[in-house]
Design a protein around this ligand. Structure first.
Ligand SMILES: C[S@@+](CC[C@H](N)C(=O)[O-])C[C@H]1O[C@@H](n2cnc3c(N)ncnc32)[C@H](O)[C@@H]1O
Length: 140
């Protein structure tokens, strides 16, 4: 994926590519307005997902947005089977560590996100968007 990103963005001054294992804490960075993740966090153990959500919250500026499109656990074995069928996968990926949508949204709230919502869901694929609170406007 990093090679593809390099091809797409080159060495432009606005882009810095970093190779980072999400199992370890995020490196320091400037306050971000947006953090996006696509189909990666479901590979982490649940305790690390929750920690990572806290680190993302810490990284965001007030009003910043975290958008995570990822796989979530099905409500039943039958629905899991259906999802696998729909995407044409014969076997489970042994590196998947699927957590429920509800529990992940609860973790996002617990680490401090003010507005947490699921904007799209199809079987095991869900887009969750979490917004960091803005401080209230200063009163004179
Ligand atoms: C299903 S692919 C998705 C790739 C891409 N993000 C996309 O949406 O098409 C899962 C990605 O998660 C990455 N990944 C898995 N475990 C990771 C980890 N511990 N740290 C960083 N990336 C990880 C893999 O390298 C792979 O690129």
């Amino acid at each position: 994926m990093l090679d593809r990103a390099k091809e797409r963005f080159g060495d432009g001054p606005k882009v810095e590519l970093r190779d980072h294992d999400l199992r370890v804490p995020l490196p320091d960075a400037r306050a971000a307005k947006v953090v996006v993740s696509g189909l990666a966090i479901h590979h982490l153990e649940d305790h690390r997902k929750r920690e990572l959500f806290g680190e993302v919250h810490g990284l965001l500026a007030p009003g910043g947005v975290f958008a995570n499109l990822d796989l979530v656990r099905s409500a039943s074995a039958r629905l899991h089977e259906r999802f696998r069928c729909e995407i044409g996968r014969v076997e489970d990926d042994p590196t998947d560590r699927l957590a429920g949508l509800d529990e992940q949204m609860a973790w996002l709230r617990e680490v401090g996100f003010a507005e947490v919502d699921c904007h799209f869901k199809w079987l095991e694929m869900a887009l969750v968007v979490a917004v960091k609170a803005q401080p209230p406007p200063h009163e004179e």
